[in-house]
Design a protein around this ligand. Structure first.
Ligand code: F3S
Length: 391
């Protein structure tokens, strides 16, 4: 890979040990994937925040770094609400390690917004055509597909390296040739709300790491695109998709003539195969809820009381922007949890079954948390959380 003189100097250690180590990571990645050069990034979103995932070894690795990020950089969700962790049943020991992890990131100049929806709280982190180094798979999908920016799905160390150097190797989704659609998927059904999570759950399994181009009858809203991309990133490993007439157009035409057709039947099967019966908890906000989603939940909970645990996960800044909605939701007994989510928090592991409205949580809860998952619409999730008897 071509390196400028300044990049060579950084690699040789002239700018310090941390910069050298970070440049080594970027150069190794670039060499593996055949990148020709490094490109500047506008922003970085760093995974590897939940202490559940990184453990003591990860914490020590971050603590050992010495430097300051050179581009706006924010964090993925942590393993707990950083303020209300006791209410989640998190142990003192875990909380202490989690707070130390966040502190280690703060010391590097990283903004402590722990969210998978950075685009919902900051407009300036990603604009069309920007190169980014984002980690969390739903955020990557949204950035590539809805915002029209360009990012690979970075691991924690490579994202951190991009944050400290301000660059990433130019390969994968940074290049036009990797942004060409691989499958055309026609959906002959009217979809709304959680149907998009169900569609993503089905489509991700089919296209795996491909780039689907959807021809839809309905016109998805931004939160619905968020749910679609998140589900495909989890049931497959889709990092980029297109919706005809809605998202940006592909830079290159469809790779093959292969066309898949999906209809109401395939969507309904997702609900039917994942009933909510027996769920002890209901969790919404995967990806983190937008203000519009909080408004809907608040309306659905009006004058109701929860009969089982109900978590609503969101970014702290989103919750802080609308304390009225948080109050309205929590008047029902539900909890609005910030900085964390049902998948990355160990708090989920004390439940045997969780009801969700997210195709991503549906994919990840069994494997990553050992928790069975049911899938329903937002309305039915709220109904299940507020009704007596089985979910
Ligand atoms: Fe976000 Fe956690 Fe879901 S990181 S996309 S809420 S699994």
């Amino acid at each position: 890979m071509y390196l400028s003189q300044e990049e060579e100097r950084t690699l040789s250690g002239e700018c310090g040990k941390t910069s050298r180590r970070m440049m080594e990571i970027l150069v190794a990645l670039g060499d593996i994937y055949g990148a020709e050069r490094l490109i500047p990034v506008r922003s970085v979103q760093i995974a590897g925040v939940s202490f559940k995932n990184i453990g003591d070894a990860g914490l020590e690795w971050i603590r050992d770094l010495n430097g300051q990020v050179v581009v706006p950089s924010i964090l993925n969700p942590a393993g707990m609400d950083l303020c209300r962790w006791q209410e989640m049943g998190i142990s003192e020991e875990f909380a202490s390690k989690q707070l130390q992890t966040v502190e280690a990131y703060r010391r590097l100049g990283i903004t402590i917004d722990c969210t998978c929806t950075p685009y919902q709280i900051y407009d300036e982190l990603a604009r069309p055509g920007d190169h980014l180094a984002w980690s969390e798979s739903s955020a990557v999908s949204y950035a590539n597909s809805v915002i029209g920016a360009r990012t690979n799905r970075e691991g924690g160390p490579s994202a951190l390296a991009a944050a400290l150097i301000g660059k990433t190797p130019a390969y994968g989704y940074h290049l036009d040739e990797c942004r060409r659609p691989t499958h055309l998927i026609k959906v002959d059904a009217d979809l709304a709300g959680s149907d998009y999570g169900a569609l993503g759950f089905v489509a991700g399994r089919i296209v795996k790491d491909g780039v689907p181009l959807f021809r839809l009858r309905s016109r998805p809203l931004r939160d619905e695109l968020k749910a679609l991309g998140a589900a495909m990133a989890a049931s497959g490993s889709v990092a980029l998709y297109y919706v005809e007439g809605v998202t940006f157009s592909p830079p290159l035409p469809l790779e093959s003539e292969e066309t898949l057709s999906l209809g109401r039947e395939e969507i309904e099967e997702v609900y039917e195969h994942h009933p909510g019966s027996g769920a002890e908890i209901v969790a919404l906000g995967c990806p983190h809820c937008s203000v519009q989603e909080l408004e809907r939940v608040a309306d659905l909970l009006e004058e109701k009381k929860v009969t089982k645990e109900l978590w609503i996960c969101t970014a702290r800044k989103t919750a802080e922007a609308r304390p009225d909605l948080v109050r309205k939701i929590e008047a029902s007994g539900a909890r609005v949890l910030c900085d964390t989510c049902m998948v990355v928090s160990p708090a989920s592991e004390r439940f045997s079954k969780m009801l969700v409205n997210s195709g991503k949580a549906l994919s990840y809860l069994p494997g990553l948390c050992g928790v069975k998952a049911g899938f329903s619409s937002t309305k039915d999730c709220i109904r299940a959380a507020t009704e007596e008897g089985p979910a």
